[in-house]
Design a protein around this ligand. Structure first.
Ligand code: ZN
Length: 161
């Protein structure tokens, strides 16, 4: 039975903070595995395709990216969920694209947001292994959206108009 956590809402201070990195001593720890499990369960319950720890009042650099078709994103492509610790974008493609985004912390609002079409990301797995992965299209959009949360940025902060 997974724990469902409350989701912080736009305007709350936790969403404006820069999240702390996960320390090496925390890799594979019970608390980190429980956090990831609760993040995943909360994301699924809310029909999200990604989630960041600060949205659950934990100011740590942990995100989950899990594109899949659901009532909020019927056209999302399927992928296996990826948990990323301390993710860093190493490369952004020059090509950008606009796509619709929403956010579990910004209910009832959607907007077209410009993002890099593809990105290369460096991160640690829950076990502490170092990974480097290229994401394209919608999954790349989710990664950029979730990493923004780790820097205190919401998609609505990126709208110019
Ligand atoms: Zn969000």
């Amino acid at each position: 039975m997974s724990v469902i956590l409350p989701v912080a809402q736009r305007g709350e201070d936790i969403l404006k903070l820069k999240a702390a990195p996960v320390a090496e001593s925390e890799f594979n720890s019970d608390w980190l595995l429980q956090l990831a499990s609760a993040m995943h369960a909360t994301m699924l319950e809310r029909n999200g395709v990604g989630i960041a720890a600060p949205q659950l009042y934990i100011s740590k650099q942990v995100i989950i990216v899990a594109s899949r078709s659901n009532p909020r994103y019927p056209d999302a492509p399927e992928m296996d969920a990826v948990v990323m610790l301390n993710p860093q974008i190493l490369e952004f493609s020059e090509a950008t694209c606009f796509g619709e985004e929403g956010c579990l912390s910004v209910p009832d609002e959607r907007a077209q947001v410009e993002r890099a079409q593809s990105i290369k990301v460096l991160y640690h797995t829950l076990a502490g292994d170092v990974m480097e992965t290229v994401f394209e299209g919608f999954p790349a959009r989710i990664v950029q959206h979730e990493i923004d949360h780790l820097n205190g940025i919401l998609f609505v902060d990126r709208l110019t108009a």
